[in-house]
Design a protein around this ligand. Structure first.
Ligand SMILES: Cc1cc2nc3c(=O)[nH]c(=O)nc-3n(C[C@H](O)[C@H](O)[C@H](O)COP(=O)(O)OP(=O)(O)OC[C@H]3O[C@@H](n4cnc5c(N)ncnc54)[C@H](O)[C@@H]3O)c2cc1C
Length: 448
């Protein structure tokens, strides 16, 4: 491979990493340690020309191609054994146009890059909750976070993108040009090309009432029931997530993470949450949006992960009790179960504006097994699968593409969009990537 790689090196402004290079081990690492792959080469691109050259090289040499943004996808789609990784780590610039309320970022920017740049102007877009997650990768799957109720899904704010297709063409998608591609990028994943620039609508916001509330004992199920009621009754000013986990003594605990952006510091909804018996930790306060974005801050590449979940129409008591009961099943902390509310702004937009099929769901319930010892792989994966199967009866869609592992059956990926949108996505795939060069993703095969 030495000679062909020289050809790749010569065609890039960025660098090419191979086994033995000091940065190779870090560059091949995924967030999820369960994925351990050794690409033949990692092309650290710096612009759209580099991306085009890497795409051409990979196809000419018959190498499987993976695209790496923030490296967070739990399926490990950003790494490929013996293939070529198009790594966007050096493409992280964010340009903010405060007058027009628009931020444009390069395809490898993370939420920390993005939020830091937009908050310098007192502006936000609804993004992910962890700073090291890739902005584009998250947007391509939808995007749920601390401002979902207020402003909608991240992909709802995507107003334009530059995409390098596998054929090497740079395509601009916006409301005026290539509108079908823009539609597909709002949820259809990295199936159509490599996004080198993405533009987002911004909103003024600097401070929120947020943080976390932690419950134990009877408070765990009681607070989760209240989260359910609040999600139904809450106005657009309150986004809410909750995470079931286990403490050191192997008792279930619940962490509720509200984000309130209305008037006053002590809204009724937060007062009721604080009044639930079993509250053991109250970390809710008025704070800057960047502080809210630091609540969840997991280490990168330290845990093994296996996630499985469902969008649900409801969170009945029966399901809440069952999930709480399943937490101690392994006799060790199994990871967590994340419950994200979809109330508010996601339903304000025309459903046909994006490829997603889960806007009507009430919650996204995700079983997130995480562990460190490889000896626990089978047991942890099994816990995630059986716990997710218990949620299935309330499922209203095929699951959240952003949290899917690589073993999801085709039918579940199709169901995540619905049959009509999926057929439209397949037609789009046939147009931009007829040979399915970009198949390291929640794959939408070309039509036919
Ligand atoms: C710790 C953690 C926190 C998370 N938090 C949230 C959250 O708050 N909300 C939420 O909705 N999701 C969240 N996610 C899920 C996350 O949005 C998805 O896993 C997403 O795919 C990650 O994007 P990435 O660029 O970081 O990952 P990568 O693994 O680098 O990329 C994943 C895939 O996205 C595609 N891709 C990425 N960038 C591009 C690009 N520029 N052009 C074309 N294709 C591209 C490729 O197909 C790539 O294989 C989280 C995941 C983790 C691990």
């Amino acid at each position: 491979m030495a000679e062909p790689l020289d050809e790749l090196r010569d065609s890039l402004t960025g660098e090419v990493l191979v086994e033995g290079d000091p940065e190779y081990e870090r560059a091949r690492l995924c967030f999820n340690l369960l994925i351990d792959r050794r690409p033949a080469a990692i092309a650290r691109c710096v612009d759209a020309n580099d991306v085009g050259a890497a795409l051409a090289f990979g196809q000419t040499r018959g190498l499987e191609i993976a695209v790496r943004g923030g490296g967070h996808n739990p399926a490990g789609h950003c790494a490929v054994d013996g293939g070529l990784v198009i790594d966007l780590l050096r493409m992280r610039d964010v340009h903010v146009d405060p007058e027009n309320g628009i931020a444009t970022c390069q395809g490898g920017a993370t939420w920390l890059d993005f939020d830091t740049a937009t908050q310098a102007h007192g502006l936000v877009t609804p993004g992910g909750v962890v700073g090291s997650t890739g902005v584009t990768g998250l947007t391509l799957g939808g995007g749920i976070g601390h401002l979902t109720a207020q402003y909608g899904l991240t992909c709802d704010k995507l107003i334009a993108a530059d995409v390098v297709s596998p054929a090497g063409k740079i395509v601009h998608a916006s409301d005026d040009q290539n509108t079908e591609l823009l539609w597909g990028l709002r949820g259809g994943g990295g199936n159509f090309g490599v996004v080198t620039q993405a533009a987002f609508r911004l909103h003024p916001l600097e401070r929120v009432v947020g943080g976390s509330l932690e419950y134990k004992g009877e408070g765990v199920a009681a607070a989760l029931r209240l989260v359910r009621e609040l999600a139904v009754s809450s106005p657009h000013e309150l986004s809410i997530q909750a995470q079931l986990a286990m403490d050191e003594s192997l008792a279930p605990r619940l962490v509720v993470v509200p984000c309130y952006t209305g008037a006053g510091n002590d809204p009724e909804a937060l007062r009721t949450l604080r009044a639930v018996p079993g509250l053991v930790n109250d970390g809710v306060r008025r704070q800057g949006f960047l502080d809210q974005q630091r609540i969840f801050d997991p280490g990168y590449g330290v845990d093994r992960n296996y996630w499985k979940g469902h969008f649900v129409a409801d969170l009945p008591d029966e399901l809440i009790n069952d999930l709480v009961r399943r937490m101690p099943a392994l006799g060790r902390p199994p990871g967590g179960i994340l419950i994200e509310s979809l109330h508010g702004a996601p339903r304000d937009v025309e459903p046909s504006s994006s490829a997603l099929g889960y806007r009507d769901a009430a919650f996204n319930v995700s079983v997130m097994a995480s562990w460190t010892d490889p000896a626990n792989d089978e047991e942890s994966v099994d816990w995630a699968r059986t716990t997710a199967a218990a949620i299935q009866p309330w499922s209203v869609s095929g699951g959240y593409a952003n949290y899917m592992q690589a073993d999801e059956p085709f039918e579940r990926i199709r169901a995540a969009f619905g049959p009509d949108s999926f057929a439209r996505l397949q037609a789009l795939k046939s147009r931009y990537d007829p040979d399915n060069v970009l198949r390291r993703n929640q794959n939408i095969p070309p039509a036919g």
